[in-house]
Design a protein around this ligand. Structure first.
Ligand code: HEC
Length: 152
């Protein structure tokens, strides 16, 4: 066998193969990026309030316990679709009120349930967070993350 595969052939296979798969990798990366930006993201509703809500989500480390799109810790429920589950499609104002009441009512102190801290956010901050979660729920995730997830 060693006579068949010369050193230079092996080297060419290595470089050629690396280049081939690198080109495929770059192509797939570009395709994913294109898909996310054109079909996956609801850009029309990406308001300043949604952006502020995302910053509050980050600065208060909600992801220390929650996931969005499966990203984050799995201590508490996935929140990518929480506004949908709370009926935002039929009653946007009602779902936002439910969200705000939920945030203000924490921790519930109900025995046997995991507790969520009280963040003492202002009404304006809660509006932004609610808008962010509503917006997040409108991304086309093609069914991701699979349900039921471990925490629900
Ligand atoms: C220390 C962990 C922790 C952090 C941090 C946390 N949560 Fe929670 N959250 C929980 C737990 C636990 C529950 C479930 C409580 C229950 O079911 O009684 C919950 C539930 C929720 C729910 C209801 C989910 C549902 O499907 O019913 C929402 C909405 C929510 N959290 C939003 C937030 C937001 C927004 C933040 C950041 C500002 C946040 N949480 C930060 C622990 C946390």
């Amino acid at each position: 066998m060693s006579e068949v595969l010369t050193k230079s052939t092996a080297r060419n296979i290595f470089y050629g193969g690396s280049l081939f798969f690198f080109v495929i990798f770059v192509g797939l990366t570009a395709q994913s990026r294109h898909y996310i930006l054109t079909k996956g993201t609801d850009e029309a509703h990406l308001t300043d309030s949604v952006v502020r809500g995302k910053r509050i989500w980050e600065s208060h480390a909600c992801f220390d316990c929650h996931t969005i799109y499966g990203e984050g810790a799995r201590f508490a429920p996935e929140l990518g679709d929480v506004m949908k589950r709370w009926g935002v499609e039929k009653d946007p104002a009602g779902a936002r009120e439910t969200f705000k009441s939920w945030m203000k009512a924490q921790p519930t102190g109900i025995p046997g349930r995991r507790q969520m801290p009280q963040f003492n956010l202002s009404d304006a901050q809660l509006d932004d967070l609610g808008n962010f979660l509503d917006w997040a729920g409108r991304a086309n995730l093609q069914g991701w993350p699979p349900r039921p997830s471990k925490t629900n």
